[in-house]
Ligand binder design. Sequence first.
Ligand SMILES: Cc1cc2nc3c(=O)[nH]c(=O)nc-3n(C[C@H](O)[C@H](O)[C@H](O)COP(=O)(O)O)c2cc1C
Length: 381
Amino acid sequence: MLRYFTAGESHGEALVAFLSGLPAGLKVDQAFLDRELWRRQQGYGRGGRMKIERDSAHILSGVRHGMTIGSPISVQLENRDWKNWQESLPVGEGDPALHKRVASPRPGHADLAGALKYNFPEARYVLERASARESAARVAIGALAKTFSHVVAVGNVALQQEIPWEQIQALYNQEEILLNCADPDVQQRMKEEVDKVYKTGDSLGGVFEVVAHGVPPGLGTYVQWDERLDGLLAAAVMSLQAVKAVEIGSGISAAASPGSAVHDEIGYGNAGNFSGFTRTRNNAGGIEGGVSNGEEVRVRGYLKPISTLRRPLQSVDFSTRQPVGAAYERSDVCVVPAAGVAAEAMIALTLARCALDKFGGDSMGETLRNFQGYCLQLKNY
Ligand SMILES: Cc1cc2nc3c(=O)[nH]c(=O)nc-3n(C[C@H](O)[C@H](O)[C@H](O)COP(=O)(O)O)c2cc1C
């Protein structure tokens, strides 16, 4: 079973990710992991923190001679910013006078809910773990399986057309990532939206889409509620910081359309993926009945705007209970492309988990044999 979790505070010494259950014999390319981490740091609208960090995955275990060995993988990501925080966030007792309080909770952040839950007098420790700095650790382990994303909306500026896989894949090779939108004119208008909020001290959300190409039919199942692929993907993407809605295929517009305009008609011929069955469109986003159907898996994540505002909303001081502006510390104003990269990792890990559930195997050779046997079964169906 593929399992993973992360540890680490936003301004602590390092982030750590654990991944257990990958078969032995999977090639691991350090440069590829580091490029994924670089992509998560990009995008117009990021704050000063990303200028400090140069994320690199330091693999501690589970990989030898460039291959997985079937043992749990652990990866460490250094936080360069730690050197500025050692005195204010020590592991030992330290000097309480140097502690950096988050005095008034930010509406929309985890500050108030977290302080109430853990009975903290202020929100420093809440911010440290709720922060999406954690998503870098997910990207490091997600890079061991792969999907691609692009941005479809920032604020009110939205792409109107569907973007084919080849164009989304091409975005991956960009050396400069602005808003990771496939249409240059729309991207320029997205940038103007971000410029507006930079000027006004506000922030923006938006929508990214992750596309997984070449997914075989048969991942996930309808036989139990918690094994459905759509439910697993929705939970994986919704678990990312600031994602407040998830859409599979054209699920949102489908709710307002007649069935004849939504469902993907079935044909048969030589051009099908994996089997002879074909589709003329993919409104289902590659999943029917909680099972992948052989088409591209398309998942969108909807991000609320960042909650740390330079022109703060109304809040209350944790100590005095008097009204004050919400706390502010250095922050991103728009993170849609970066969230898309983190979602690629979550979707890749979820698909990898379902694929390993189906094809099993302790070594890649065994897994591939099982997979190829299944492909033959589909061809002969
Ligand atoms: C890549 C990424 C970067 C983020 N950067 C910030 C940030 O700089 N400032 C901030 O207030 N929120 C940021 N967020 C969002 C917060 O982490 C998130 O809103 C907060 O943890 C509360 O969780 P919730 O929005 O899921 O309810 C970021 C989110 C992502 C995905």
